[in-house]
Write a protein that binds this ligand. Structure first.
Ligand code: GLN
Length: 486
């Protein structure tokens, strides 16, 4: 048996039955990394030494009968999550060498749960991108086809899990960065409701949109991980003090009587025929299980991408003002005075896409343009949210494709930012409305690339989302397939 192919819940059983130790698992994962990492480039930092120490601690708790569900399970963290004593770069030169003095809340919750940290994964610089090609370091490749992108910005996390270099990974999702790479790499990717998971220690991109969530092989693992990381946190005033149900306890669930909405605005021209067919089949599967399929409309959908690129860049321009060469990471060696030091450090430290967004964000917030862009963007955001509120009066869940196409070729969109921005056309509204959503595999193209569909639920109804996703997962084996990486 290949340990690196299994899920967290399967490995938990094996650990408890003493079929394998955490140390053996960690060793198996590093052997796998040794053989595939030069192809995938999923990681920016590997933590073999500390992982083995964590594994021995996990094995000791298992021996004492104190193991939790994630004890001893090897996992990966996106490199925009602060991790004590380890470099956190956001795949940016400006943060190269920055060692966080503290753990993000999600990181400390996983640490306390006994998970073992294999490494920090690659991303688009500051999570800005859809292909991983905006990383300041070597871009990650898709394990299903190395000439293609793994998606982004959590492309390193997605590739690491798909390639068997970690059991699961955490990503962050501002406009689709968990769901789109999960879709491209054949995984389950989950963005929780805004406020469900603490953002403390997540390096901020757009604070009103960012959420942390899991990339896993299956729905059960996603439910398990969300249970560990979710819940109120006094370090993040936007985290919400609501009880966190046991997401796994409700599985499996009946689909009879569940109302699933199909928004006509998401089945547009330009969506790839194979993707369209796979999503139609997913809808059919739900119908057969007794779900009630309803046509719905989310009329403000066409404005979502434009609205997002106003609001997200505005927030980013403000959040990224802190990288001034004084406090973190890179400082120029050639400045004559303070102003030049700020400017030179930022010019040298940030990549082209980050600079583009800082400039757009500064522009839309500038006096004279604020009302025309930023304020208008906030108003349209409310309309998008209201579309969903109205839809959820007559349906329990919404089903859409996650992406218009399967993974595209590396280099295909990198010189055309607008084309790249359209990769997230189906995921962005969810962040603007603060809703929970999950992407799951629903087929493969003829070339063998994963295809995915997205489920969207009411605020804080992650439970409903998992139930609906699980019902579909029971009907196929897409989540059990693994890429052949030679
Ligand atoms: N691709 C989108 C962007 O470039 C979303 C990124 C994200 O969710 N972090 O902004």
């Amino acid at each position: 048996m290949n340990w690196t192919d299994l899920t967290a819940h399967e490995l938990h059983e094996a650990l408890l039955k003493k079929k394998v130790s955490s140390r053996e698992l960690v060793t198996a994962f590093f052997e796998r990394i040794q053989s595939v990492e030069t192809k995938t480039k999923a990681y920016l930092t590997l933590l073999q030494e500390s992982a083995l120490i964590q594994a021995d601690q996990a094995d000791a708790s298992i021996a004492k009968g104190e193991a939790g569900i994630l004890t001893g399970v090897p996992i990966a963290l996106k490199d925009n999550l602060c991790t004590t004593g380890v470099q956190t770069t956001c795949a940016s030169k400006i943060l190269e060498g920055f060692i966080s003095p503290y753990d993000a809340t999600v990181v400390s919750r996983l640490r306390n749960a006994g998970a073992v940290f294999i490494g920090k994964t690659n991303l688009d610089e500051f999570a800005m991108g859809s292909s991983n090609e905006n990383s300041a370091f070597d871009p990650t490749r898709n394990p299903w086809d190395l000439s293609r992108v793994p998606g982004g910005s959590s492309g390193g996390s997605a590739a690491a899990v798909a390639a068997g270099e970690a059991v699961f990974a955490l990503g962050s999702d501002t406009g689709g960065s968990i769901r789109q790479p999960a879709a491209f790499c054949g995984l389950v990717g989950m963005k929780p409701t805004y406020g469900r998971v603490s953002r403390y220690g997540l390096v901020a991109f757009a604070s009103s949109l960012d959420q942390i969530g899991p990339l896993t092989h299956d729905v059960t693992d996603a439910a398990i991980v969300l249970n560990v990381i979710a819940g109120d946190d006094e370090m993040d005033s936007t985290s919400v003090d609501l009880p966190v149900p046991d997401f796994r306890a409700g599985l499996p669930a009946e689909m009879a009587g569940v109302r699933i909405g199909i928004p006509k605005e998401y089945f547009i021209e330009g969506i790839d025929a194979e993707v369209g067919r796979a999503v139609e089949q997913a809808i059919e599967t739900y119908r057969r299980q007794g779900a009630e399929i309803k046509d719905i409309s989310l009329p403000h959908t066409p404005y979502a991408v434009a609205t997002y690129y106003i609001l997200a860049t505005a927030e980013a321009s403000s959040n990224l003002a802190r990288y001034d060469g004084v406090r973190f990471g890179h400082r120029t060696s050639s400045a004559k005075d303070l102003m030049e030091m700020y400017m030179q450090s930022r010019s040298e430290g940030f990549g082209a896409e980050v600079k583009r967004r800082i400039m757009i964000g500064t522009h839309v917030l500038s006096s004279g343009y604020y009302d025309a862009y930023y304020k208008k963007g906030q108003q349209v955001r409310s309309l998008i949210k209201q579309d969903f509120d109205a839809a959820f009066e007559s349906v329990d869940c919404i089903l859409t494709p996650t992406t218009p196409t399967a993974a595209f070729e590396a280099g295909e969109k990198i010189n055309d930012p607008l084309q790249m921005y359209l990769s997230d056309i189906f995921t962005i509204s969810v962040n603007l409305a603060g809703l929970p959503a999950l992407s799951m595999p629903c087929g493969f193209t003829e070339k063998g690339l994963p295809i995915a569909c997205q489920l969207i639920s009411r605020p804080f109804d992650e439970e409903g989302l998992f139930k609906t996703a699980y019902a579909f997962e029971q009907c196929h084996d897409y989540h059990q397939r693994r890429p052949q990486l030679g």
